[in-house]
Write a protein that binds this ligand. Sequence first.
Ligand code: G6P
Length: 611
Amino acid sequence: MCGIVAYTGSNPAVPVLLNGLRRLEYRGYDSAGIAVNTPDGISIRKSKGKVSELAGLLGEDETQIAESTCGIAHTRWATHGPPTTINAHPHAGGKNGIVLVHNGIIENHHALRSTLTAKGYEFLSETDTEVLAHLVDSHYQGDLVDALTAALKEVHGTYGIACLSEKEEGVLVVARRGSPIVIGVGEGETIVASDASAIINHTRQAIYLDDHDIAKISQNKIDIRSSDNVPVSREASEIDWSADAAEKGGYEHYMLKEIFEQPEAIRNTIRGRMDSERGTAVLSGLDLSPRELAELQRMLIVGCGTSMNAGLVGEYAMEDFAGVLAEVEQAAEFRYRNPIVGSRDLVIAISQSGETADTLAAVREAMDKGALVAGLVNVVGSTIARETGRGVYLHAGPEISVASTKAFTSQVSVLLMAALKFSRSRRMSVEQGRRFVREIEAIPELVERVLAKNDEIAKIAEKYVDQTSAFFIGRGYMYPVALEGALKLKEISYIHAEGYHAAELKHGPIALLEKSVPVIALCNDGPGKDKTLGNVAECQARDSRVLGIVTEGDEEAMAAVNDYISVPPCPLHTAVIPSTVALQLLSYHIARLRGCPIDQPRNLAKSVTVE
Ligand code: G6P
């Protein structure tokens, strides 16, 4: 949510900043801005809309801006104040030429604004960030680090900040609390960003700031301090994916690329983690001591959005196979409802980004209550990964499209592996375990077979493109698939869509069914199929057109629906993945036919770092 880039070095800053913003645009894209040090002070350019509009503002005749070697930039997802040019970052403060960009929320901005106004500060925007700029100015006595350190002591809320002062040319000061800051260490240059995708073209050496760190960066020096101004040491680590991984690679959209990357992403997720001989999964990040295992009372899975939908599959598999009591819960609800959780509970936090504010807060709450806490995270070095200390990385590669695809299927793969691991340490026999291993290893190929139907799915999408509303239904393992299918459709096509348990449809939503409201029904062959086919008939009796996800060769299911997409035969716990891929493609093609901005849907952000 909001992307920050900053640069100081010996090369022109503007191209680095603009390229970085383009990489971070998935975090927010309603306005963008840039500020650079020049011999005449700090020049700021801002624009409503996307980064391309900002780039258009930076004319070649602006030599001083073009020659600057130090600057900061921002792409915004509006929280305080609508997406206007005035509200766009960077914001300038007071008389000392302080300019900053910010990702996060200053919760006490009203009170600070009143105090600063009383001191004579004038505000131009409605943002909480401008308050911060004036506050830093009010503490400035010639040293930007000192001023920022003092200002942040008065601030409640979250921030990732990059700050310039016109009196300290070539110096960047950055700070974090709750919103990520990565420092890319180059040769004679430093690039700071909200995530590694904006720095990977320049360097693979990354320092991830911890909460409360404040860093002063000049061309050749990075000096990191705690909030009490005590020097702290943060090791650089190597970014382990290539710059190409964050490119579109010939696909029209990142989303389509990421859908097609799923066989490889899942292979990477399971690589080296399956033990076919012992019939189990090796997930050292989920190793419990024999005592913890014996005392384990419950597994609680928390996440938001797509990650929570994946968690529901985990709940089912954990109870189904391992006999471990499992519950999934919205991270936002968990953190505020004073949950009963303790040392005999294992809390698994699922998050692609590892930065989602509510999931992070749930992790902290669970840790405070003494639970065992593990992260299931894609972004290496992210806050949840670091704070949980234990867990499993997805290794799905960077996910750029706002609508999550490959992260979901990798999350489900890990959860199935976790269910296998826990099952084997309880009642599951080695033979059953070996079968489970084979089922998980077959998933990438199942996905390839669905991807081969891309053109067929695109044709089916044509029939569903003009709807304003749709319902997705499923039961058992297919219920989370219905939730995820509906989420994908509404996110990227703006068609109102809801996922329901197939039986629950009768308790209300059926009142909305009519000819113009289609139903997408998960009718995979397995337990519950007959009942779902009964629900399909109920929908058709109310004139709804039904698109079924059916198992290849299942003539009964094919005959029962109006249109179908078939997925390869496999047990329902793994059918979750190919069935979801079919629905991802369906949503993609519907959105494409409707001309929607697929990778950057309106109002959404990839990483929600505010509550
Ligand atoms: C946002 C994204 C979703 C994502 C959710 C959780 O809403 O748009 O795609 O599922 O956040 O994100 P996380 O990074 O924690 O998985």
